[in-house]
Design a binder for this molecule. Structure first.
Ligand code: SAM
Length: 227
């Protein structure tokens, strides 16, 4: 049984996809997709030996060797051209790390038409990367599980130009339009956190002016959305 978070990521993988799950740990997500015959084939990529062994063990235990392969590799290096991967999932990492993984090896994204990303912080930096690299967000979900809030972003490759406002980059275009209860709670908390940070910066008097300006801009954006 997958967590609601991973099940949501999986829900955006198209039936019959060839998937690379990067930073797969136990390979729970691709193993579940393979078990339910939702994917044609998949790679579970892991850069750390222990989690890689976990992934390999899980695949063997479930008898999925023909449907899923664990690979010890850094980021997108787990993808080989002959794999014909069309979908990449990256979940449970910070936005900056997800962005770094995507940026480090762009050639491996040739043929990839869908990205399903679940950054646990720093979602805006991931959305900025998507815009620059012609992946348009086609769906988003926000959910709360075990006292954490998670955002799942599904983006598809496009040749058509598109643009997101500053607010859409921060809040997510679909999440912003939807303004669910989970979304409002998340941004109420984030507003309080940012206001506390501003107070601390002002008291310490050592924060660079740019940090203060950025925090004020964020506060204004959040207040505008919560109003
Ligand atoms: N994706 C799973 C999930 O969402 O439940 C596991 C998330 S776990 C918190 C993050 C995993 O990413 C760890 O197992 C870590 O070893 C792996 N990881 C971190 N950087 C990586 C990289 N550059 N390439 C591949 N895996 C990486």
């Amino acid at each position: 049984q997958l967590s609601q978070r991973l099940a949501t990521v999986g829900s955006f993988v198209k039936p019959g996809a060839r998937v690379a799950d990067i930073g797969s740990d136990h390979a729970y997500l691709p193993a579940n997709l393979a078990l339910n015959q939702r994917i044609s084939w998949g790679v579970a990529g892991e850069v750390v030996k222990g989690p890689f062994e976990n992934a390999r063990h899980e695949i063997r235990k479930l008898g999925l060797e023909e449907h899923l392969e664990a690979r010890l590799a850094d980021g997108l290096a787990a993808i080989e051209p002959q794999d014909r991967i069309d979908t990449v999932t990256i979940a449970g990492m910070g936005g900056p790390l997800i962005r770094h993984i995507l940026e480090a090896n762009p050639a491996r994204l040739a043929g990839v038409t869908r990205l399903v990303l679940e950054p646990n912080v720093g979602e805006a930096t991931v959305r900025e990367w998507l815009v620059t690299n012609h992946f348009k967000i086609t769906a988003e979900r926000i959910l709360s599980e075990d006292n954490h809030t998670y955002e799942v972003i599904c983006a598809d490759k496009t040749d058509d130009p598109f643009h997101y406002s500053e607010a859409e980059l921060l809040f997510g275009p679909y999440l912003l339009a939807e303004r669910s209860t989970v979304f409002v709670k998340k941004w109420q908390r984030e507003l309080q956190r940012t206001e506390r940070a501003v107070t601390q910066m002002q008291q310490a008097k050592v924060a660079p002016a740019a940090h203060l300006t950025a925090a004020h801009a964020k506060i204004n954006l959040i207040k505008g959305v919560l109003a």
